[in-house]
Each structure stands twice: as C-alpha cells, then as structure tokens.
Design a protein around this ligand. Structure first.
Ligand code: GDP
Ligand code: IMO
Ligand code: MG
Length: 433
C-alpha cells in the first residue's frame, strides 16, 4: 500500500481538508508534516462541519491513526483545545501520535509574531499571528524547544532560558516591552505536558514500520506551494516547506516511500495575507467570487483575496512538487459565468526596464511583483453542477474547462469538487491505487 502526499497547489485553502477526507477512508495513517495551527482545513460531513487546524483532517475517520510529524510546530494550548473540541463532538482522538521531535510554540512566540509584524510596518507579511514564524526561527537558530523537552523540568527550564536570553534583550531594548519570565513560561508549558505525554511517540519509526509492513500513509500538507519558504513568493510566505519534499523531512520518511503526490487547486485562486497575486480581482468579479465561494478564512476569518485561475502557478506546482494528480475543487463556484478568463502568461518588467512575456514562474520576486496577467477566455456554463456524481454529467463547457486546465497545468486532473459536501466530488480515477 502506498505513501501519498497531498499539497496545496496555490496559496492555501484549496480544499486540502476535503481531499484528505476523500482518501482518508482508505488510509491506515494520516500525518501532518509542516506548519501548525496557522492551517484551517475544512471537512463537511452531512450537516456537520469540522475545521481542523493542528490535527490531521483524517482524524475524523474512526479507523485510521492520525500523526503529527516532527516538521510541525505545536502550540500545546491550541492542541489540547482542538482535541477537547473534537472529543466533545464524539471524535475519538486517543490514537493520535505526536512526534517527540516536533517544536513547541511557547506564548512568547505568539507575542513575537505580533510584535515583529507591527515593526515591519508596510513590509508586514499578514501572518496568522499564531507564532509560527518565530518558532521556526528558533528551530533553525538551534534554540527551539521540542516536545520531548516538556517531560524533563530541569532540561525544559534550561531550554526556555537559552531561548529567552537574546529575545528578552530585544523585547526590552528594541520593542520597549517587558521581558518574558522564564519561570512563568516553564509553568505554562508544564501545565500542558502531562496531557500531551500519552500521545507522544517516535513517529518516524512508527510511519516507516507501517509502510514497510504494507500499510498506507497519507501525508497532509498545511499551507501551499506558493507559501513555501523556499519555493513560494518570498518573503510573503510561511516559514515551513509546504511542498512535497517537506513530507519527507517533516516526518522522517524517505522519498523512496512516496508513490504519489496530489496537488489540490481551486478552479480559481485565492490568497490570504499580504504579497503579490497577479490574477487578483479588485473589482465586482472578485467580490462575486468571494461571495459565491464563501471565501473567508477558516483560521482568522479574514476575507480572502480572489482571482482567476493562474496556470503558471499550477504548472509551477506540478514542477516543484512532482505532482502525479490534481484534485480540482470549487468548480461549482464558477457556474453562471459567460466566459472564464485563465492566466496563460505574464508580462513582466525586467531589471533593465524592458518588458518580457513569460510562461514560467519567475524566481526574481521583483519580476513577479510586476507581473501583468495575459488571459485566455474559455466559455462558461449555466447548468447547476453541484449534484453531478460523474464527469459525464458535467455540461460540455465545464468538461472543456477542466481539460484546458489539465493541459495548461501539465498534470492530469483526477477528481473535481462540485460542492463542499463529502459526496460532492467527481472522481475520474482512483487516487490511492
Ligand atoms: P484547506 O485549507 O485547503 O483545507 O481549505 P479550507 O478548508 O481552508 O477552504 C476550502 C473551503 O472550500 C472550505 O470551506 C470547504 O468546505 C470548501 N470546499 C472544498 N471543496 C469545495 C468544492 O468543490 N465546492 C465548494 N463550493 N466548496 C468547497
Ligand atoms: P491552509 O493549510 C492560507 C498565510 C498567512 C500569511 C502567511 C504567513 O489552511 O491552506 P504564518 O502565520 O504562517 O506565518 O503566515 O501565510 N497562511 C495561509 N494562507 N491558508 C493557510 O493554511 C495559511 N497558513 C498561513 O495568511 O500570508
Ligand atoms: Mg485553509
């Protein structure tokens, strides 16, 4: 049985939760490998809506084992309140396994996230304010606190002290804020430790043993390709590797164990937070997409910026993730449009002041910021597709739109979302065999 990776192919909120749920019933394990509670993954089952932030979306399937890998950053308070919220709704979380090596978001990381955004002023990223960036900074700076540190008080105190030493100088001298108390931080973290302990495991060993014995593992990405710290629209990105390679480093499973990489893309594009977005619509069309698609953030409630499908982004996602399949979501949202523009190239300004037409994602962010979309118009459809259960039931123009996106993205589209509900998905081929 396979190792399958799910990643966002755009700027997040593509419907990874729904795609994970679709495959989850056939999986033995579902592992998150990056990010933290900056994510908001929605699964709609009948009249029940679940918004998962830190826990893998697969947790609502009763028979699989949910895993939080070492690449994830964990806010203990957020973790426990998410577990409590789900258990109250009858979702059993007892099989959850959390990596000993995952890093901990302490309260001071959240403070630093907000303060540094304030000080960035017009350069701010528009983060979720969950402390994600400062926690990854500590990880790379080698002053992070890991899950296993929570179970040795003396050790934890030493780690918190080391982490706060420089930060307290910064808080007091640069940000004019009070220093953070080491003892209070340690007490806060220890409060959560005993409740977290039963879930903690060597998850790299667990997942490798599972794959070696023929079990299936789904690696569920948070955020998305264009928010990846290496491959995204830097610096307007998150602080982790959200692309497929992150599934390996973020769980301790080698690339030879991955059989399939599924990218989730909306039939249009949205973005939350700051940063360039070539196909963004700051007009009635953008507002129409926002209302039709209910484009408001699951984590922060912020209105999402909306724009037309960008095939340079999807082609790039195919490239940097090695996508084998795309799950195209929210096709139903486009119903009623006479024609649908799709971006097929950018006109960019080069450093020498000249303009060039490009069909591949520029790496130079100055070029990307200058990108003006070149559109091709495809015919729209007016028939309601929300009840379609097979591709044949789609109107011809919807089928054509899907085929054009497939050609432009350089990857086959293997499932299409026709509504938010669990059964509102049309499969063109199995995603797990
Ligand atoms: P994620 O972060 O990638 O898991 O995506 P989010 O959950 O943040 O946002 C996706 C939103 O679209 C959620 O409200 C989903 O319930 C909804 N959704 C997913 N697929 C479809 C679809 O095919 N059609 C419609 N109308 N809504 C969908
Ligand atoms: P899911 O998994 C959309 C964005 C934030 C901000 C940038 C950095 O639901 O697709 P951070 O708090 O991570 O330091 O913020 O990344 N962002 C997301 N946008 N979906 C997400 O997650 C996101 N997680 C972070 O808005 O622009
Ligand atoms: Mg989301």
């Amino acid at each position: 049985m396979p190792g399958i990776v799910i990643v966002g192919a755009q700027w997040g909120d593509e419907g990874k939760g729904k795609a994970t749920d679709l495959i989850g019933s056939k999986m033995d394990y579902v592992a998150r490998f990056n990010g933290g509670n900056n994510a908001g993954h929605t699964v709609v089952v009948g009249d029940q809506t679940y918004a998962l932030h830190l826990l893998p979306s697969g947790i609502i399937h009763p028979d699989l084992t949910p895993v939080i890998g070492n690449g994830v950053v964990i806010d203990p308070e957020a973790l426990l309140s998410e577990i409590d919220g789900l258990q109250e709704r009858g979702v059993d979380c007892s099989r959850l396994r959390i990596s000993e090596a995952a890093h901990i978001i302490a309260p001071f990381h959240r403070t630093l996230d907000r303060v540094s955004e304030r000080f960035l002023g017009s350069h701010k990223i528009g983060t979720t304010g969950r402390g994600i960036g400062p926690t990854y900074v500590d990880k790379v700076n080698r002053v992070g606190i890991r899950v296993h540190d929570l179970f040795n008080e003396a050790h934890l105190r030493d780690k918190v002290q080391a982490s706060l030493h420089q930060k307290n100088l910064m808080l007091e001298k640069i940000y004019d804020l009070p220093a953070v108390d080491v003892g209070e931080t340690v007490d806060e973290l220890l409060k959560a430790a005993e409740r977290i302990r039963p879930y903690v495991a060597n998850t790299s060993l667990l997942l490798n043993q599972a794959l070696d014995s023929g079990k299936s593992v789904l690696f569920e990405g948070g955020q998305a390709t264009m928010l990846d710290v290496d491959h995204g629209t830097y610096p307007f990105v998150t602080s982790s590797n959200c692309t497929a390679g992150g599934a390996c480093t973020g769980t301790g499973v080698g690339p030879t164990k991955i059989d399939r990489v599924i990218g989730v893309a909306k039939a249009y594009v949205t973005r939350v937070g700051e940063g360039p977005f070539p196909t963004e619509l700051n007009d009635d069309s953008g507002e129409w997409l926002r209302q039709q698609g209910h484009e408001f953030g699951v984590t922060t409630g912020r209105p999402r910026r909306c724009g037309w499908f960008d095939s340079l982004v999807s082609r790039y996602a195919t490239q940097v993730n090695g996508l084998t399949d795309i799950v195209l979501t929210k096709l139903d949202v486009l119903t009623g449009l006479e024609t649908i523009p799709v971006c097929v190239a950018y006109d960019v300004k080069l450093a020498d002041g000249s303009t060039a037409r490009v069909e591949h994602m520029p790496t130079d962010q100055a070029e990307f910021v200058s990108a003006r979309p070149v559109y091709r118009e495809f015919p729209g459809w007016s028939e309601d597709i929300s009840g379609a259960r097979s591709f044949e039931e789609f109107p011809d123009k919807a089928k054509d739109y899907v085929h054009r996106l497939e050609d432009l993205s350089g990857c086959r589209i293997s499932a299409i979302g026709s509504g938010a509900g669990r059964d509102q998905i049309v499969s063109l081929r199995s995603l797990v065999d």
